[in-house]
Design a protein around this ligand. Structure first.
Ligand code: UGA
Length: 447
C-alpha cells in the first residue's frame, strides 16, 4: 500500500483516484476548485462516467480516498504525486504547459520528505519530461506515464489496460511506478520520457487516422454499392489492421483525438517533417459534417426556416462530454444556414441547456426534438437511439428524411416506416436528389 497524491480532479484524476484506492492505496486528490472538492468528498461526480460513482463511493466509505484544496495536506505523506492537469491546445496546435508547470512549482514548495516521485499522466508537450527533470534535478524525480482511458469506459480501461507505458531516466523510480500497476497484469513498456510522451500523441493520431480512413472509404463504398458494415468487419478481422475506430460516421471529436492530432501535426511542422497525413486526416474529419449539410440542402433546398432534429449532442455515446462534438459542429453549420435545430441527448441535456442559450433548442425526449422536423439526424451512437419508437417519431415529424450518421438503426425497418433513409454504410447509392426533386419515402441511400 502506498500513499498517493493526485493533482487535478478532472476525468483522469478522479478515475485514477478511485481505481488506485480500489487497488488498496491511500489516495489524496488536490484540486484548486473548492466546489469540486466539496462535491467529490460527498461522492458527487459532475460528469457522466459509467461505474465511477459506485467505485468512488465505495472507496470514500473505506476512507482510502479524500479530496483537498491544500497541496501541503495532499502531499504530506505522498510517495507518488500523479499529475492529471489539463494541457489545452494553443492557437498553433501545440500543447500549453502552464498548469503542468504550476503543479510542479506547488509540489516543489509543499513536498514532504522524502519527495514524492512525480508521475506525469497529463498529455504533455514532447520533451517536457526531460526539461522538467533537468530543471528540478536533485529535487524531484519525474516519470512519464501517459493515460489511455477512453471516456465512457474509463473504469474498465483502468482495470484492464492494454499497456502501461513508463518513461524515465531513473530505472528505480520507473520500477516503483510499474509496481503500482502490477495487480493489473498489463504489458509494461519501459522507455525514455520523450518516447512515452510521443506514444500518447501517436496513439490518438493513429486512432484519428483510422476513423478518417473509414470515412474516406465510406464515400467509395457508397458510390459502388458496397456494404460498409461488412467492409469494416473484413478489415477488423485482420490483426494487422485491428479492431476499433473503423466505423464511419459524423467524425471524431472529444477532448483528445482532435487535440492530439493537432499536436502531432504541430510537432511535424516544427521539425520540418511532413504534416500532410495529419492535415488530410483533420480535413476529412471536418468534411463528414459537410456531407450531411450538402445532402440536406439537396433534399430540402434552402435550409432557412427548415427544422432539423439532431439526436445526440455528446461527442460519442456513454459520455456527457460536449467538447469538440461533431454533433454540435453540425448543429452550428445548420444554424448558420438559417435552420432551426432541436436536439436531445440522454446524458448531456444539462450541459446543453447552459451552452445552447437560444441558438439550439434542447428537448426533453427524442420525440420532443423530432416534433415538426423536416429531417432527423442521428449524430451520436447512443445505443438507446437504436430502439426508439420510430413509428411515433415519423408521425410527429413534418418531413420524412432520416440520416443515421452513426449506423445504429436497421435501415430496412426504417424504410418500412416510410423514411427516406441515409447512412454512411448503406449499399444503395444516391446523391440525395431525385429527378423531379420530390421526396422519396421508403427508400435507403448511401450518403
Ligand atoms: C481517446 C482514446 O481512445 C483513449 O485511448 C485516450 O486515452 C483518450 O482519447 C485520451 O487521450 O484521453 P476518447 O476521446 O474518450 O478516447 O474517445 P474514443 O473512443 O477514442 O472516440 C473518439 C471519437 O472517435 C469519438 O467522437 C467517436 O465517435 C469517434 N469514432 C470512434 C468514430 O467515429 N468511429 C469509430 O469507429 C470509433
Amino acid at each position: 500500500m502506498s500513499n498517493i497524491a493526485i493533482v487535478g480532479a478532472g476525468h483522469v484524476g478522479v478515475v485514477y483516484a478511485a481505481g488506485l484506492a480500489e487497488l488498496g492505496h491511500r489516495v489524496k486528490v488536490i484540486d484548486i476548485d473548492r466546489r469540486k472538492v466539496e462535491r467529490l468528498s460527498k461522492g458527487s461526480i459532475w460528469f457522466y462516467e459509467p461505474g465511477l460513482p459506485e467505485l468512488l463511493e465505495r472507496n470514500l466509505r473505506r476512507r482510502r480516498v479524500s479530496f483537498t484544496t491544500s497541496y501541503a495536506e495532499g502531499l504530506a505523506r505522498a510517495t507518488f504525486a500523479f499529475i492529471c492537469v489539463p494541457t489545452p491546445t494553443t492557437d498553433d496546435g501545440s500543447l500549453d504547459d502552464i498548469y503542468l508547470r504550476k503543479a510542479f512549482d506547488e509540489i516543489r514548495k509543499h513536498k514532504g520528505r522524502p519527495a514524492p516521485i512525480i508521475v506525469n499522466k497529463s498529455t504533455v508537450p514532447v520533451g517536457i519530461g526531460d526539461a522538467l527533470a533537468r530543471e528540478f534535478a536533485n529535487e524531484l524525480t519525474v516519470v512519464s506515464n501517459p493515460e489511455f482511458l477512453a471516456e465512457g469506459r474509463a473504469v474498465d480501461d483502468f482495470f484492464r489496460p492494454s499497456r502501461v507505458v513508463i518513461g524515465s531516466r531513473d530505472r528505480t523510480a520507473a520500477e516503483q511506478v510499474a509496481e503500482l500497476y502490477a495487480p493489473l497484469r498489463a504489458p509494461v513498456v519501459f522507455t525514455d520520457p520523450a518516447t512515452a510522451e510521443l506514444s500518447k500523441l501517436a496513439s490518438n493520431a493513429f486512432l484519428a487516422t483510422k476513423v478518417s480512413f473509414a470515412n474516406a472509404l465510406s464515400q467509395i463504398s457508397g458510390a459502388v454499392g458496397a456494404d460498409g458494415e461488412k467492409l469494416g468487419q473484413v478489415l477488423s478481422l485482420d490483426p494487422r489492421i485491428g479492431q476499433g475506430h473503423l466505423r464511419p460516421g459524423l467524425g471524431f471529436g472529444g477532448s483528445c483525438l482532435p487535440k492530439d492530432l493537432a499536436a502531432v501535426a504541430n510537432l511535424a511542422r516544427r521539425h520540418s517533417a511532413s504534416a500532410d497525413l495529419f492535415s488530410a486526416v483533420a480535413a476529412l474529419n471536418r468534411g463528414q459534417q459537410s456531407r450531411i449539410v450538402d445532402l440536406l440542402k439537396a433534399r430540402l433546398g434552402e435550409l432557412s426556416g427548415k427544422r432539423i432534429c439532431i439526436l445526440g449532442a455528446s461527442f460519442k455515446a456513454n459520455t456527457d462530454d460536449l467538447r469538440d462534438s461533431p454533433a454540435l459542429a453540425l448543429a452550428r453549420q445548420l444554424r448558420e444556414l438559417g435552420a432551426e435545430v432541436a436536439t436531445f441527448d440522454p446524458a448531456a441535456n444539462g450541459a446543453l441547456h447552459t451552452m445552447a442559450r437560444g441558438w439550439l433548442s434542447v428537448a426533453r425526449s427524442a420525440g420532443g426534438a423530432a416534433l415538426g422536423a423536416d429531417a432527423l439526424v442521428i449524430a451520436t451512437d447512443w445505443p438507446e437511439f437504436a430502439s426508439l419508437d420510430y413509428t411515433r417519431i415519423r408521425q410527429v415529424m413534418r418531413g420524412s428524411i432520416m440520416v443515421d450518421a452513426r449506423s445504429i438503426v436497421r435501415a430496412d425497418s426504417l424504410r418500412e416506416l416510410g423514411f427516406e433513409f441515409y447512412s454512411f454504410t448503406n449499399t444503395e447509392h444516391s446523391n440525395g436528389s431525385t429527378e423531379n426533386g420530390s421526396s422519396v419515402p421508403g427508400t435507403v441511400h448511401a450518403l
